[in-house]
Design a protein around this ligand. Structure first.
Ligand SMILES: [Zn+2]
Length: 135
């Protein structure tokens, strides 16, 4: 745990989040500045700087797959884009972005095209997606 890490604070429930998935090692929650509705962030609960430093790398991506499939179902998304740039928050995260026909990203991801989604909607999206996750 790093004291000033915003994601470590989310793991410790010091900062509230719209949780989509949680197990002993990983946590997924909705990005509050989503690039599309249902955009979630999957993190290891322990603090690692980069995705490729997470020790159980295969298990990490299997959870990402679960969330991707659940997101497709819950939001009727066309596909999912995974992004792992990691330069914004210094705690490993896989960005899971549902894609829709005619969304604002075309054949790439426009990182400036964030959306405003009210808290009621965010809570509903998180709940709907969590219900679709098959363990
Ligand atoms: Zn952290």
């Amino acid at each position: 745990m790093e004291d000033n890490c915003i994601f470590c604070k989310i793991v410790k429930n010091e900062i509230p989040s719209y949780k989509v998935y949680e197990d002993d090692l990983f946590l997924a929650f909705l990005d509050i500045k989503p690039l599309n509705p249902g955009n979630s962030l999957l993190i290891p609960k322990d603090h690692y700087r980069w995705v490729y430093e997470v020790p159980n790398f295969g298990a990490y991506w299997q959870v990402a797959q679960k969330i991707a499939l659940a997101t497709i179902k819950s939001l009727n998304a066309d596909s999912i884009s995974f992004v792992t740039l990691g330069h914004d928050v210094p705690h490993a995260h896989i960005r899971i972005i549902p894609r829709f026909q005619n969304d604002s990203h075309a054949d790439s991801i426009d990182f400036k095209a964030t959306q405003e989604i009210n808290s009621d909607q965010m809570a509903k999206i998180a709940q709907k997606t969590a219900l679709q996750i098959i363990n």
